[in-house]
Design a protein around this ligand. Structure first.
Ligand code: IPE
Length: 266
């Protein structure tokens, strides 16, 4: 049973799905990540995964992010959540198969936002889950919003919120590139990686960070960074590394050197 400060792992939707197609899960990567998580053997881990080509296209089709405007969106809200539970099911299958005692927690059932920002989330349930030695698994989801009726909550906002609330030791973000670059490394061979960034440096390069290759209702890499900044401001260390590369996530979880970007307040 763990009372240690949590380590929060965000698995980006770009790493575990093909964002250029719809409902395209990368099951080998999901399985390898489950193995790496098992091998890290952490009893203070919280996992959050993104939506990728599951949540984003459905959320986009029904305009869920912009809030409730028309009853015809209701089926879209339900469908987007359901599609997220399908991706979550694949992640849960892999974790449990690898004997990680993972427990799925649906944000749509326990988080309320106000104008897109988390307003209500009782973290005591998560604390209890962890205290009993389980690994909670959350995900970007549709949520009810006090002002907009409903909206989309990104996994990244959840990560930053939990990191601050639970005084996390660190955040590890697994994406489909080896960290942050000064240009898109997928289209620009001259793109240079950032190895280490302070909060001030991060804020300066924020505008340069790329858009997603596919549909992304939560703003691509720039959107992710904007969500993470409040946690970095509170002194939480962030490692961004490639979840598609073997052992990067395992090493980052264990605090070992990885190809990627380390972000610190100063
Ligand atoms: C998006 O979550 C969730 C939905 C679209 C319902 P994220 O914004 O965390 O997903 P990724 O990591 O960018 O795919």
């Amino acid at each position: 049973m763990s009372e240690a400060k949590p380590i929060i792992l965000k698995i980006g939707g770009s790493a575990i799905t093909d964002k250029t197609a719809e409902l395209a899960a990368k099951t080998e990567i999901i399985n390898r990540l489950a193995d790496e998580i098992k091998r890290a053997d952490l009893d203070n881990l919280i996992i959050v995964h993104g939506g990728g080509s599951f949540g984003h296209p459905a959320a986009q089709r029904y305009g869920i992010k912009d809030g409730y405007k028309d009853p015809s969106q209701k089926i879209g809200f339900a469908e987007t959540h359901h599609i997220m539970t399908m991706l979550n099911g694949l992640v849960m299958d892999a974790l449990i198969l690898h004997e990680v005692p993972a427990l799925s927690v649906a944000p749509s059932g326990c988080v309320v936002t106000e104008n897109g920002k988390i307003k209500l989330f009782d973290e005591n349930m998560l604390k209890r889950i962890m205290k009993m030695g389980f690994t909670p698994v959350l995900y970007g989801d549709v949520v009810f919003d006090e002002k907009m009726g409903f909206t989309v909550l990104s996994g990244d906002q959840l990560v930053a919120y939990l990191a601050i609330k639970l005084k996390a030791e660190k955040i590890v973000i697994g994406v489909d590139t080896d960290g942050l670059y000064d240009a898109d490394p997928k289209t620009n061979p001259d793109a240079k990686p950032y190895k280490r960034l302070t909060l001030e440096e991060l804020k300066k390069i924020q505008g340069k960070l790329g858009k997603s290759a596919g549909t992304d209702v939560t703003g691509g890499m720039a959107g992710k960074i904007a969500e993470l900044i409040p946690a970095i401001e509170q002194g939480v260390h962030v490692t961004i590394t490639g979840a598609t590369k073997s052992l990067s996530i395992n090493r980052a979880l264990l605090g070992k050197d990885v190809l990627g970007t380390e972000i610190e307040k100063a």
